[in-house]
Every structure is written in C-alpha cells, then in structure tokens.
Design a binder for this molecule. Structure first.
Ligand code: GLN
Length: 532
C-alpha cells in the first residue's frame, strides 16, 4: 500500500499511514511501514531540527525521519535501517555500483537504474516473508521534482505486480475558506491530476479537513478524480493523533484496503488504544513540567519527548502541561519567573553551545529548589557540569564539546570518537544494555537490573572526577556492562534527580509508557501536593 500526499506538506501522512497500519494489525494482519524521503541527505542525522524536526533513532542505530517514531508508537513494533530510505541512499548505492563496474559499460540513468534501486528497496522488507502488508509512505508532495523517481517506481510496480496486490492512497487538503464559507475541492483535483500525470492512479483519496465533508463534495471529488464513489474519505482534525485510527475505521479505510487486497479478516480490535484514550481524556490531577531546550519553538523538535509525556499522562491519570522554556533566554535573573511555577524540570538533549548556559541554570534551579529533575543526554551532561561548577567550585568545568581546553573536562569525548572526523552516522547510536545499581532510583523505576535503551551521542561522563562527584552527591547508578560507560546518574539526597545518557523517549508507546517518564510525572504530582 503506497501513501502519497499533495497540496501541502505537514498534512499528517505519517499519522494516516500509522493509523491504517494499526487498524490492519488490529485485524490480525502482520504489517510494517517504511518511509521513502526524497531529499538528498543519506539520513536526517546531519539535519538541523529547524529543517527536519526530531531525528528518530531505531534499535539498530539508524538515524531516521520522525514518522518512524509514529510507526513504532502506533504499532508497538521496532523499525530498522531498511524502513527509512532517502534519495541520498539510493544514489549512493547506484554510484558505488557504477564505480565497481557493475553496470557493464551502460549509461547509468534515473530510469531504469535509480528507479530499479528504489523498487528493490521498496520490495526488500517484503522479501523477509514476515509481513502480510507493507505500507510505504512517500515523503514530500506530488509535483516536487525530487519525488518524481519515487512516483515513477510506483508506476512501474503497478504494472509488475498483480492488480490486487498493490494499492495507492493519496492524502490531500480540502481547505475551508472562511470568507466564502466553503470547503474547496479544487486543490485536491489538481493534486490528483499531478499524480496521474506521473502515471500513478489513486484508489482512495483521504482529505484532511477542518470541517465535515458533505456527501455531495465526496461525490464531486470522486467524479473529478476518477475514483470509486465512497473512496473519497475525510480525515478531520482530531483532539489526539491516537484518535485518528478510530476516525479512519469509521470512514472505512481499513475495510477498503482489505477488500482491494482480497484479505478476509476479523473486525479490528482497538481495545488497548481505546482504554489509553479514555485515561488520557479523564485526568484527575494536573502538573506543569518545563521542557528546557533551544528548539522549543519548533513543534516537532522534541516529538518523542512530547509523546512520552502524553503516554505518562494516561498512565498517571494526570494532565501534563509541557511548558516550553527556551534555554537561550534562561538566566539566573529570570529563573524564578520562568521556572517558579513548575512541578518538574526536564533538560532536553542537544548539540553545540547555543542555549547551554540556560540549561545549566535550569539544573541549578531544580537542584537547589528540590524540584523533580530529569536530564536527557545533554541534559545529564549539563547536570554534571552544574554540580562540578557550583558544588565542587570548579568554575571552568565543561564538556569538551564546547570547551576543549577546560581544566575540568567532566564530560569528554569517547575514546572511539577521537579519531573520527566524519559527522554522519558516527555517533554512539542505537540500543545498548545498561546494568542498574541495586537499590537505586533507576532500579526502583524499572523494577529490574538489566535494561536496554537507545543512544545518540559522542560525549560521556569522564570517570576521572567520579570520587569528587560522589562527594558532591551525584552517583553513577547505571552502567554499560561491557564498557563501563556511565548511563545513569542520580542525586539520592534530592527527592527526584536523575539524568540519563540515553534517550528513553524513543521507546515509549501508549500501551507501554516509558517508566522514567511515568516516575517523573509521579514525582511532579508529589511535589505539587507538598507545595500546595
Ligand atoms: N552533544 C552531546 C553529545 O554528543 C549530547 C547529545 C544529545 O543530547 N543527544 O554527547
């Protein structure tokens, strides 16, 4: 099943693909999703969040598009390297093969060589034999020059595969013009025309809309866009993305897909998601949690963290107001004004110098005011720096990422990183084990000794200062069992102070909320009760 999009970006193709997958999975089918992105970067690992939102990391250490996060959260399945392909990866393979002489003197062209490589990758996941259905989302918008080879590959597959094995879903926008008091279908008509010019014919059109589509409008679009009546459906703005599967079920999207593909299944069972939504909608408590980072003005930069709080909110029955606090504008002088009303403070991951001092201010505020603190990756690193500076009095303590000549390199480059100059794909990436210290806060939170979480960093806690840090009250309570690298640090004298070198947010799902997020929200609830 291919999912393309038109009219505008950010319509939520990823959520539609994930919702459809969820419904098919809930019918007892085995489903996975892959995303093909038209840009030339090999992966989004080197892309600035301003360009691309969050970079999502898989178990096997691939740096991928944030839609893969949605796929995992909806399906409760792990994606891997193969699930995210970019034009950069495709060209890289073709050009490497050309240099090896694999094309035997032929002129190497977009058609057939690039399109063949795209088709090979589109079919790869299916070759495992593990799935009944593979949903392939094509990034970008039809009509983009970069999308052309992907649409051409789908066009060819329409001929190569039996008709009942392949289906195309096209997502468009039906804007509401307030002045005319009307929903407008023309952009959808144009978008489908553009798709058809590439030789790809949609079987279903999903219309993003703010208002209900009338039967008349649906019929009109079906007629002009040459699809079956009834195959124009709406995706109306939802209160939560986790409601979209229910909306798609009501519109009959999963039933259309099963019918087209000739699959007989039971009716979908969405009871897990349903009870999650029920809890999410009926909180009995409320807390404010500061998310301190330098990209907080971007909706997508901390996607997985935001989602983890939604999962933790349902788990605790507590509405979590995640308040963005821009680390670049946070200083000693305004900390009280910006953080005084918070029941918990999370310092976000990040790279580089901008906004770093503000993160240190946030740690200090949480530490000295006994407010629950949770530091992720750079957030943990800045907790170490803060304590080194303020408690130990090492005024120039720093991470060598921003100060390579500090006399107190409390956070330093990992040994294996020292020789690497290449930026793309060279961090410590993906899942690593971590052994928790018996009796630690982390141990209590996870309820077991051996855990595994995903990573994306180059720097780490520098053990040379471990004895001093312990004297200052900060202890390593989680370690990688093979390398000894510090994974978790805590301050037992504080009601809740924990920093992790990994990214727990990548593994949180509605049905399996991440335990540290749940414990952090619980700590915030307690803090609020004690300060009422
Ligand atoms: N910049 C830090 C490092 O590379 C932290 C990375 C992060 O927060 N993901 O170690």
């Amino acid at each position: 099943v291919f999912v393309t999009g038109g009219v505008a970006s950010s319509l939520g193709k990823g959520i539609i693909a994930a919702s459809l997958a969820k419904l098919l999975q809930a019918r007892g089918l085995s489903v996975t999703i892959q995303k093909f992105d038209p840009y030339l970067n090999i992966d989004p690992g080197t892309l600035n969040p301003y360009e691309h939102g969050e970079c999502y990391v898989t178990e096997d250490g691939a740096e991928t598009d944030l839609d893969l996060g949605h796929y995992e959260r909806f399906l409760g399945l792990y994606m891997s390297k193969e699930n995210n392909v970019t034009t950069g990866k495709v060209y890289n393979t073709v050009i490497t093969k050309e240099r090896e002489g694999a094309y035997l003197g032929k002129t190497v062209q977009i058609v057939p060589h690039i399109t063949d490589e795209i088709k090979r990758r589109m079919m790869l996941t299916g070759k495992t034999g593990k799935y009944d259905i593979i949903i392939t989302e094509v990034g970008g918008t039809v009509g983009d020059m970069e999308s052309q080879p992907f649409l051409e590959a789908i066009r060819q597959l329409q001929w190569e595969l039996p008709e009942e094995d392949l289906m195309c879903i096209h997502l468009t926008l039906v804007p509401y013009l307030a002045a005319a008091k009307e929903l407008k279908t023309k952009p959808t008509q144009h978008s489908v025309q553009t798709l058809q010019q590439s030789g790809v014919h949609p079987d279903v059109i999903v219309c993003r809309t703010e208002k209900e589509l009338t039967p008349d409008l649906r019929r009109k679009m079906a007629l002009f866009c040459n699809v079956k009546p009834g195959h124009v459906i709406q995706s109306i703005d939802a209160w939560s993305i986790y409601e979209v599967p229910f909306n798609m079920m009501e519109e009959g999207l999963d039933a259309m897909v099963c019918e087209h593909l000739g699959l007989e299944t039971k009716e979908p069972d969405l009871s897990g998601l349903k009870s999650f939504l029920k809890k999410l909608k009926n909180p009995t408590k409320e807390v404010n949690i500061a998310l301190v980072g330098k990209y907080v003005e971007l909706q997508d930069a901390y996607k997985s963290i935001q989602e983890s709080f939604i999962h933790a909110s349902a788990a605790t029955g507590c509405k979590v107001n995640v308040i963005s606090v821009h680390s670049e504008h946070l200083e000693e002088g305004n900390a009280e004004a910006k953080l005084g009303n918070m029941d918990g403070i999370l310092v976000a991951p990040g790279f580089g110098e901008r906004g770093l001092e503000g993160k240190i201010v946030a740690v200090r505020y949480a530490r000295t005011k006994n407010i629950p603190f949770f530091g992720i990756c750079l957030g943990l690193q800045m907790a170490v720096v803060e304590i080194a500076r303020d408690v130990l009095g090492w005024k120039d303590a720093a991470s060598t990422e921003v100060n390579p000549i500090t006399t107190h390199p409390v956070i330093d480059l990992m040994e294996e990183q020292k020789s690497s100059r290449i930026k793309g794909g060279t961090m410590r990436l993906g899942a690593y084990d971590c052994r928790l210290k018996a009796g630690s806060l982390a141990h209590k939170i996870y309820g077991k000794e051996l855990i595994s979480e995903r990573h994306r960093h180059r720097y780490e806690f520098n053990y040379y200062c471990q004895a001093d840090m312990e004297r200052a009250g900060l202890f390593v309570t989680g370690k990688n069992p093979q390398t000894g690298l510090a994974e978790i640090m805590e301050m037992p004298s504080h009601p809740f102070f924990i920093g992790v070198q990994f990214h727990p947010e990548y593994k949180s799902t509605p049905e399996h909320p991440q335990p540290i997020f749940v414990a952090f929200v619980d700590a915030a609830i307690k803090y609020k009760e004690n300060h009422a």
